[in-house]
Ligand binder design. Sequence first.
Ligand code: PDD
Length: 281
Amino acid sequence: RIVYVNGHYLPEAEATVSVFDRGFLMADGVYEVTSVLDGKLLDFPGHALRLERSLAELDMASPVTPDELLAIFRELVAQNGVTDGMIYLQITRGNPGDRDFAFPDPASTPSTIVAFTQSKPGLADSPVAKSGIKVISIDDIRWGRRDIKTVQLLYPSMGKMMAKKAGADDAWMVQDGFVTEGTSNNAYIVKGGRIITRHLGHEILHGITRAAVLRFAAEAQMVVEERAFTLAEASQADEAFITSASAFVMPVVAIDGATVGSGTPGPVATRLREIYLEESR
Ligand code: PDD
């Protein structure tokens, strides 16, 4: 595989980052995951915009313009012959040459930028979308700025492992009685034809797929309520689903071992998945 590191396209074995990189020592960095379907990037402008926002919130200057980023992504897709899959991009506060809590001067410490592809043939035709996924609920103990897409993913990783241990696929995180989001996706329920998903704020990541799906839902005359919902409400829902760049729209058929609705993917989630894939391809 050919990966991108600080301006160079290199075989992955030759691509290296310093042990003093703040991404490695402090999780001081941000990332984006963009899907590739039929060789085309999905929702690129949204991901580029959110990246700029994440960087700005952390007082980091962007080392690339959106146009340069697009060129890098296209080059990686071409060089690696990716048809279906994803592109991972990470930008960290670079290598100050020592460990120090204070941020280094950006003039002497350029950021580190890394990008690579992961091929996932048949990504859009995942059989999991036909059966749906099961989630468990866990406490949301992450930091308070989940709207910034940082690389501090330890708790979401632990949540994923707790889910696997419980025989489920993922975890929905709960704060003050309300569902925030999944470990790496936004969470939704459907009740009486209304789509309910948490409002934007510091508590969740502002999903790019979420924005697209809510736009398509409105265009299809579906009713959307952007508000927090409880686990009790979710357990009484007709349907549940998640969205993310890698899962698109994915039905949720069980929460904490209890089936949601009929226990099979519901019509709203199924329709939204179809619309999202049609519109973004
Ligand atoms: N995760 N919430 C969290 C906590 C996420 O990590 C993600 C994305 C989302 C959905 O955002 P989007 O629709 O822009 O992908 C919501 C990516 C896919 C990941 O970490 O792999």
